[in-house]
Design a protein around this ligand. Structure first.
Ligand code: SF4
Ligand code: SF4
Length: 139
């Protein structure tokens, strides 16, 4: 019918006009990301409150960007002393999370870690929340 395309287009325009803004007032309003978001790596804790990692090395070997470094406890081969993540190098491919046989790793929905200092993007997951700067690059 003549003019039906025009009417349809105007209908869509009117709907959009009345629907309200789609933009976010960031940083005043914080968007809650879906749990499937890939942001920063974190480690689960086990039943004893320690790191869930069993120091198996699977994620270290599989990481294509050499982001991770693991230091095992010399007295216990299945206990990590250090688990270092250099997030500045991470491409968030998710291979480490997918491949961990103990489901020790996960991504957090935290996206507000922008920094001018790359050193502050190095996280020590065994010591929850701790991170350091220079001299601690994963090998
Ligand atoms: S997400 Fe990918 S690049 Fe980042 S640490 Fe895991 S395996 Fe490496
Ligand atoms: S794959 Fe999992 S259990 Fe193995 S070293 Fe990595 S985080 Fe630890």
């Amino acid at each position: 019918m003549f003019g039906s395309g025009l009417a349809k287009g105007l209908g869509i325009t009117m709907r959009r006009l009345l629907a309200g803004p789609v933009t976010e007032l960031y940083p005043y309003d914080h968007k809650v990301l879906t749990p499937a978001s890939r942001t920063f790596l974190a480690m689960y804790v086990n039943e004893e409150g320690g790191p869930a990692c069993k120091a198996c090395n699977t994620c270290i070997v599989g990481c294509p960007d050499h982001v991770l470094r693991l230091e095992k406890d010399p007295d216990d081969n299945r206990k990590p002393l250090e688990f270092v993540v250099n997030s500045g190098r991470c491409t968030f491919c998710g291979l480490c999370v997918e491949n961990c046989p103990y489901d020790a790793l996960h991504f957090t929905p935290d996206y507000e870690r922008a920094t001018y200092d790359r050193g502050t993007l190095i996280y020590h997951l065994v010591h929850e929340g701790a991170h350091t700067g220079e001299g601690d690059e994963p090998k």
